[in-house]
Ligand binder design. Structure first.
Ligand code: 16G
Length: 243
């Protein structure tokens, strides 16, 4: 049993195992080593019973620090769903990078004219816009609801394309030959409204990670303005800053 576990101390053994695992997960954050050893391996390594390990893992799952994928093992959440640092990436790419199968359900796709959205996209207020609202899933579990708004002239007819199985960004790149260049975004905590909560399979008013993001083309035009509601237990937003 490692020195750090105290059998006769006031702190229950499973709590000590839990904290040990939590420290281990955060130590692994810089690498891709997100998979935890099996219950049996951990019990042997830490010199405790499997029941103790199971209880520690159950609490870490409840806290959203780890998750189990049937038949594949237990994984650290941060390493699973955190976006690659500093890279302009898409939901599809983020999921694939983490060995998760991405999919989407298109909830709505329409054209509109909206002066407020036009101002955000820095186009004339009469400019036709296209709005695509999707439920984003990872391994068939809801992860986020996203509403993207784009100037229609950049991607004519996009609302009629299949965006359930295809990546929006891939479509912008390959079909419309748009070179996405950079993004600016704001992340904040919000409460899920009734409709969003239902789509995400969480209780109304549960906390969600709300992200607003504008993505620019190399020539400075804004290609997309998106509002996203992410389940915080399934997605973490992480970034690395350097001097
Ligand atoms: C990400 C972007 C979203 C973009 C989507 C494209 C954030 C908060 N959102 O989810 O703006 O529309 O990727 O995903 O980063 P796709 O190419 O898989 O459709």
């Amino acid at each position: 049993m490692p020195q750090l576990l105290h059998r006769r101390g006031p702190i229950p053994l499973y709590t000590q195992v839990k904290e040990h695992l939590r420290a281990r997960i955060s130590g692994d954050e810089a690498s891709d080593a997100s998979r935890l050893p099996s219950e049996r391996e951990l019990a042997k390594e830490l010199g405790v019973s499997r029941v103790t390990v199971r209880q520690a893992l159950r609490e870490l799952i409840e806290e959203g620090a780890v998750f189990t994928a049937p038949g594949r093992g237990t994984f650290a959440v941060s390493a699973r769903l955190a976006p690659a640092t500093g890279r302009l990436t898409s939901f599809t790419q983020e999921m694939i990078d983490r060995g998760i199968a991405p999919s989407s359900r298109v909830l709505a796709a329409d054209e509109l004219v909206d002066a407020h959205l036009a101002e955000i996209l820095q186009v004339h207020e009469d400019t036709p816009l296209v709005r695509i609202r999707r439920l984003r899933l990872g391994d068939d579990e809801p992860v986020a609801v996203e509403t993207s708004v784009l100037p229609a002239e950049l991607c004519p007819g996009i609302a009629t394309l299949d965006l359930e199985t295809r990546s929006l960004y891939e479509t912008l790149r390959t079909i419309y030959r748009l070179r996405l260049h950079a993004s600016e975004l704001v992340v904040e905590s919000r409460q899920a409204e009734w409709g969003t909560a239902g789509l995400l399979h969480i209780a109304p008013d549960s906390p969600v990670l709300f992200i607003e993001r504008r993505t620019l083309l190399a020539d400075g035009r804004i290609a997309e303005f998106v509002r996203s509601w992410y389940r915080p237990d399934r997605y973490q937003f992480r970034m690395r800053l350097a001097l």
